[in-house]
Ligand binder design. Structure first.
Ligand code: 9G3
Length: 571
């Protein structure tokens, strides 16, 4: 490809709205352009990288015996009503009417469509297991699209769905996909972790893992043990909490005391000169619209996912001060469990306290010497908090838990019969008995992978593509396009490299060298060959983008350097 014809405009500055480095670089390096919030065009360089990711995904899906299909984005509302999800999703689900006023959704995912397809096409156990996949555009009207391709409203996903005759079969399909994901993310040269995850709204009936690319910009928190392989999304992570028996009832009787304007943990800690761990923090949540109190120790945070799952609810939100005022007739900051006529969930760390400070449900008053069980009933004690860094691993009980920020690039679920039952996807088993298919579903965010790879592979000057995903492998830069000798050498080198299956971009623009080098650093092609005045001695400059190593080599050496590199990364 000749850069003088390539649709590529690099920007010196990135638009102020771009906060994530991957977003800034993809805009500046001419990989994407924004059409609307969360909606992007892939320019030629971006499309070439995306196609390489697709190619890796297809190869590994095919290797895992999944069959590629392509399902429509226009999904009849009837299907979403059959699954009962049409009313569950709000404005995030993009809905439209066709010319006959029939309702459709623009597909955010395809459980309903694929189950309706398979229920019509498969009726015998002999046709199972069956795994279908597609690479297709998804639509989700995110309230806050941000970080470029990381959280878009229209994005490319590989979504796969497995159908088995029994749970054992699903287990086999699940781990086959899991292994394929490891190969895919390995080939994308991503630093990632597979973590135990919360099934979320999709409600898988048997476990789910997320694949997290480690990156500071990541919205998820990955909890890993520094000693064993334990890794979990913070939403689900636990620690090896030993429920100690509360110390003997040494604490005095409960006592109310005046705490004027002491509303927050910090204010209490400072003015009473206590530890935050001595405080019983009472938070009020609206869970599916119902007020529920959750008690955690003052140095812990409530884990809303754990609370929601415990109560089997769909929605949870922290009651704000107005809600608390109208619910409890007092301002936030003095709520406590004693005399509180709400359902109370108590984190088990609190259950072990025996001399706590808690709100007195009276403005400007708290209780001290509070002892759970003695002073307030605990309807429900359980794990309702986020683990903290430094706690002990729940698996090996020795390793220390460490946190990382992660970008969710993949998610695999054991669905069970959640959709096949509702949509009657059944088959006749070997004894002719009708059975419900057992499903799994498996997603990879292809657009997100571009962002994750850049977040993990860039420097001050721009992107540094891994060889496996680079839009081109070699960037040939003649210093002077009017120098016939240099241009001839560039063309010969290009022909020689292409003959070896290497993808080459020639910067044949009539630009100053400095501009060419800056652009080359920005777009991140792994290898660069500069053809300058040394060309007459048959020498060219060979530069590796990642470590900026420069060598003056002959044409042949330049080619063999690249071929050697390819050989040992393929090895
Ligand atoms: C919706 C909307 C947004 C959604 C969903 C439905 C996420 C929804 C979960 C999944 C589960 C798996 C197959 C590939 C892997 C992920 N956001 N999910 O179901 F209507 Cl608006 O998509 N689907």
């Amino acid at each position: 490809m000749r850069q003088s014809t390539l649709l590529l405009t690099t920007l010196r500055e990135s638009p102020s709205e771009a906060e994530a480095i991957s977003h800034q670089l993809m805009l500046r390096a001419g990989y994407i352009r924004k059409l609307a919030a969360g909606i992007y065009t892939y320019l030629p360089l971006g499309r070439r990288v995306l196609r390489k990711v697709e190619q890796i995904v297809r190869e590994e899906m095919d290797r895992a015996d999944a069959q590629e299909v392509l399902m429509p984005a226009m999904q009849p509302a009837e299907l979403w009503n059959e699954s009962g999800r049409y009313s569950v999703y709000g404005p995030e689900l993009i809905r439209l009417r066709d010319r006959n006023e029939r309702e459709f959704a623009l597909g955010p995912t395809h459980e309903e469509v694929v189950t309706a397809l398979v229920r019509n096409e498969v009726n015998s156990y002999r046709k199972l297991p069956l795994t279908l996949y597609q690479i297709q555009t998804k639509f989700r009207d995110e309230r806050r699209p941000r970080f470029g391709l990381l959280r878009g409203r229209e994005f490319l996903m590989k979504d796969a769905y497995s159908f088995d005759k029994d749970w054992e079969g699903l287990d086999h399909s699940y781990w086959k996909m899991f292994d394929a994901y490891n190969r895919i993310f390995g080939r994308c040269t991503l630093d990632y972790r597979a973590v135990e995850a919360d099934a979320g709204s999709i409600g898988s009936e048997g476990g789910t893992h997320e694949f997290m690319a480690l990156a500071g910009i990541g919205e998820d928190t990955v909890v890993t043990c520094m000693r064993c392989k334990y890794a979990a999304n913070l939403e689900k992570a636990e620690s090896s909490f030993r429920t100690m028996e509360p110390a003997a009832s040494m604490s005095a009787e409960i006592e109310m005391f005046h705490t004027p304007d002491l509303r927050t943990i910090d204010q209490l800690v400072k003015s009473l000169e206590i530890e935050s761990a001595d405080i019983i923090n009472t938070l009020v949540y609206l869970v599916d619209g119902k007020a529920v109190a959750v008690l955690v120790r003052g140095d812990h945070e409530v884990n809303e996912t754990k609370v929601k799952n415990y109560l089997g609810a769909d929605n949870i939100e922290l009651a704000d001060s107005q809600m608390v005022k109208s619910l409890m007739g007092m301002p936030i900051g003095f709520i406590g469990p004693i005399g509180l006529n709400l359902q109370i969930l108590v984190d088990k760390t609190v259950a072990n306290m025996n001399d706590g400070i808690a709100g007195a449900n009276k403005q400007d008053y708290h209780f001290r010497h509070v002892r759970p069980e003695r002073d307030f009933k605990m309807d429900h004690a359980g794990d309702f908090r986020n683990v903290t860094e430094g706690e002990t691993c729940p698996r090996c009980h020795e390793g220390i838990l460490k946190f990382y920020r992660g970008i969710e690039i993949g998610h695999v679920f054991k669905l069970g019969t959640k959709y096949s039952k509702k949509l009657s996807a059944t088959f006749l088993d070997s004894s002719g008995k009708e059975q419900v298919m057992i499903m799994g579903c498996y997603g990879i965010g292809l657009s997100r992978i571009l962002s994750a790879v850049i977040e993990q592979n860039h420097d001050e000057q721009g992107i540094i593509w891994p060889y496996s995903l680079a839009p081109f492998h070699v960037h040939i830069i003649p210093i002077s396009v009017v120098d016939e000798y240099q241009m001839k050498a560039a063309e010969e080198l290009r022909t020689h490299l292409i003959a070896q299956g290497i993808e080459v971009l020639i910067d044949d623009r009539d630009e100053r060298p400095g501009v060419k080098f800056k652009d080359s650093d920005l777009i991140g092609i792994p290898f660069r060959i500069v053809i300058g005045k040394d060309a007459v001695q048959g020498k060219v400059e060979f530069i590796e983008r990642r470590n900026k190593e420069k060598q003056l080599v002959s044409y042949e050496e330049a080619a063999s350097c690249i071929l050697d590199f390819i050989k040992n990364i393929k090895a």
